[in-house]
Design a binder for this molecule. Structure first.
Ligand SMILES: Nc1nc2c(ncn2[C@@H]2O[C@H](COP(=O)(O)OP(=O)(O)OP(=O)(O)O)[C@@H](O)[C@H]2O)c(=O)[nH]1
Ligand SMILES: [Mg+2]
Length: 439
C-alpha cells in the first residue's frame, strides 16, 4: 500500500518551527480513532475541542498532551483526523510518532496530507498549491498572494470561466444533429462570447509577470563608472555600512549583495565594481562579474557622479534608473535622481520612492496564478483561439465543440477538477512532493 492509498492512516509532524514549545502530530485516515485508542484514549473527545489527555507511548512512557478529534469530512484532509499537541523536541516528538506507527499508522511523506485533502475534495489543486506557497513565502507580498490562492480566489475565477465554456459547448453540441438549421444570430453570439473569454484569459496571462515580480525578490544592481558613489549609495539604502567606501577608483572588486525590503516586497540589492577599461587583472575580473550582475538585473541603478567626466553608458538590457551622486558638487544630468551622500546628504528617499514605484507600477494588473496555472491558461487560450478561427471559417460544429472541450479540460486542470489518468497521477506526485512532510 502506498501513502496515497486512502486505506492507510498517516502520521506526520504538522508543526513547522523546530524551536517552538509545542509540536502537533497529525494522524489522518480511517484508523485515526483506533490509533488514538492504542495510545490509551479509548473515547475520542468531543469534535474540534482541545482536551488534555495522557498518551501511552512505547516502553511504558507517558506524554501529557492535548488531543483534538476532527471526524471527516469536516477536517483538513476530509478524513478522520486526530491531532496530538505534545511538547516539542526531536526525541519527544519522535517517541509520539513511533507510538502511532506501532498502532498501525503509516509515516506520511511530503505533501501526503494535502494530497488526501485534494483527492477527497476538501481542497482544490490550486488551493493546495496556495498552502505550499504560504509555507514557502519569502516576502510579505508573496505571502499575501499565497493566502489569496489558498483561499480559492484563483480557482473561483477559473470555475466561472469554465462554466461559461461548458455552457457554450453544450449549446454548440445541441445543434450537432441539425447543423443546417443553426441560426446566424447564434453563431454571432457564440463568437462574441468566445472573444470575451479570450480577452479575460489574455488579461490573466498578461498579469502573470506582474504577479511574479510582486512576489519574487527583484534584483536591483548598482552599476556605473568607478568612484561614482555606488557603494556609498548601497550603504545608504541599506542603512548600514556593508560595502567599503574609499576615494580610490576601483575600491569594490567582488560584487556585494544584501537583502533589501521595499514595503511588502523583497529585493536583492547588489553593489558592483566600477566599469572601466584598462584595469589590472583583479579589477578586470571584478568588472566581468559586474557585467554578469547587470545581465541578471531586474532594474539597474546607473550611478554617475556630477563632477566626473560623462561616460558612455553600455547597453544594460534591463530597465534603468539614473542616479546622479555628489550633487553637492554640481548638477550635470538634471533628469537623473539627485543624491548627496554624507553628513549634508539628501535624495536617498527619492531613490527609495522610485524603487517602490517600480514595484507598484503594475500591481493593478497582477495575477496570482503560478507558472503551472499560467501554462494551462495559455493552452486554454490557444484552444479557444482555434475554436474562434473555426467559427469564422464556418467549420463543422463537431470540431468547434471539440476545441471548446479542450479549453474546458485545460481550465479544469488548474483546479484539478478533472479525470485523473496515469499522467494526472504523475503530475500530482510532482506537485505534492514539493510540499513539506506534515502538510
Ligand atoms: N562629495 C561627495 N562625495 C561622495 C558622495 N558620495 C560618495 N562620495 C565619495 O566618493 C568616493 C567614492 O565613493 P564609493 O561609494 O566608494 O564609490 P564607488 O562607486 O563604489 O567606487 P568603486 O567601488 O571604486 O567603483 C568616496 O570617497 C565617497 O566618500 C557625495 O554625494 N558627495
Ligand atoms: Mg564601490
Amino acid at each position: 500500500m502506498t501513502n496515497t492509498d486512502s486505506r492507510t492512516t498517516l502520521v506526520g509532524v504538522a508543526t513547522g518551527t523546530p524551536d517552538g514549545g509545542v509540536a502537533i502530530v497529525r494522524v489522518s485516515g480511517p484508523q485515526a480513532a483506533a490509533v488514538l485508542a492504542g495510545l490509551g484514549v479509548d473515547e475520542p473527545p468531543a469534535p474540534r475541542r482541545l482536551v488534555r489527555r495522557s498518551l501511552a507511548l512505547l516502553g511504558g512512557q507517558h506524554e501529557d498532551g492535548l488531543v483534538a478529534w476532527m471526524p471527516g469530512p469536516r477536517s483538513f484532509t476530509g478524513e478522520d483526523v486526530v491531532e496530538l499537541h505534545v511538547h516539542a523536541g526531536e526525541r519527544n516528538v519522535r517517541a509520539v510518532v513511533e507510538a502511532c506507527l506501532s498502532q498501525g499508522a503509516t509515516a506520511a511523506g511530503a505533501g501526503d496530507f494535502s494530497r488526501r485533502a485534494f483527492e477527497l475534495g476538501a481542497l482544490s489543486l490550486d488551493q493546495a498549491e496556495g498552502i505550499a506557497a504560504v509555507i514557502g513565502a519569502q516576502t510579505d507580498e508573496a505571502l499575501a498572494q499565497a493566502r489569496r490562492l489558498a483561499a480559492g480566489e484563483l480557482g473561483r475565477g477559473v470555475e466561472v470561466l469554465r462554466e461559461a465554456v461548458i455552457g457554450l459547448r453544450t449549446e454548440v453540441e445541441a445543434n450537432l444533429d441539425f447543423p443546417e438549421d443553426v441560426d446566424d444570430a447564434h453563431v454571432v453570439r457564440w463568437r462574441s462570447e468566445v472573444s470575451e473569454l479570450r480577452e479575460q484569459l489574455g488579461r490573466w496571462l498578461s498579469g502573470f509577470e506582474a504577479g511574479r515580480r510582486g512576489r519574487e525578490r527583484a534584483r536591483f544592481v548598482l552599476a556605473g563608472p568607478p568612484n561614482a558613489g555606488k557603494s556609498s549609495l548601497f550603504n545608504a539604502l541599506l542603512g548600514r555600512r556593508r560595502a567599503i567606501v574609499a576615494d580610490l577608483p576601483g575600491t569594490t572588486r567582488d560584487y556585494v549583495e544584501a537583502e533589501y525590503g521595499v514595503g511588502p516586497h523583497g529585493a536583492w540589492l547588489v553593489d558592483t565594481a566600477g566599469l572601466r577599461g584598462g584595469a589590472g587583472a583583479v579589477e578586470a575580473a571584478g568588472i566581468e562579474m559586474s557585467r554578469e550582475q547587470v545581465e541578471q538585473a531586474d532594474l539597474v541603478l546607473w550611478v554617475e557622479a556630477s563632477d566626473a567626466e560623462p561616460v558612455e553608458r553600455p547597453d544594460l538590457g534591463a530597465a534603468v534608473l539614473e542616479v546622479e551622486t555628489k550633487r553637492d558638487l554640481g548638477t550635470r544630468r538634471p533628469g537623473a535622481i539627485g543624491v548627496t551622500l554624507g553628513a549634508e546628504g539628501g535624495g536617498v528617499e527619492d531613490v527609495e520612492a522610485a524603487l517602490r514605484a517600480w514595484f507598484a507600477r503594475d500591481q493593478d494588473r497582477a495575477w496570482i496564478g503560478l507558472a503551472r496555472h499560467r501554462d494551462r491558461a495559455a493552452e486554454a487560450l490557444d484552444a479557444l483561439g482555434r475554436a474562434s478561427d473555426l467559427m469564422a471559417e464556418d467549420a463543422a460544429l463537431e470540431i468547434i465543440a471539440f476545441e471548446l472541450g479542450v479549453t474546458e479540460a485545460r481550465l479544469a486542470a488548474i483546479t484539478g477538477r478533472t479525470q485523473l489518468g496515469p499522467v494526472g497521477d504523475e503530475i500530482l506526485g510532482r506537485i505534492f512532493s514539493t510540499f513539506c512532510i506534515g502538510k
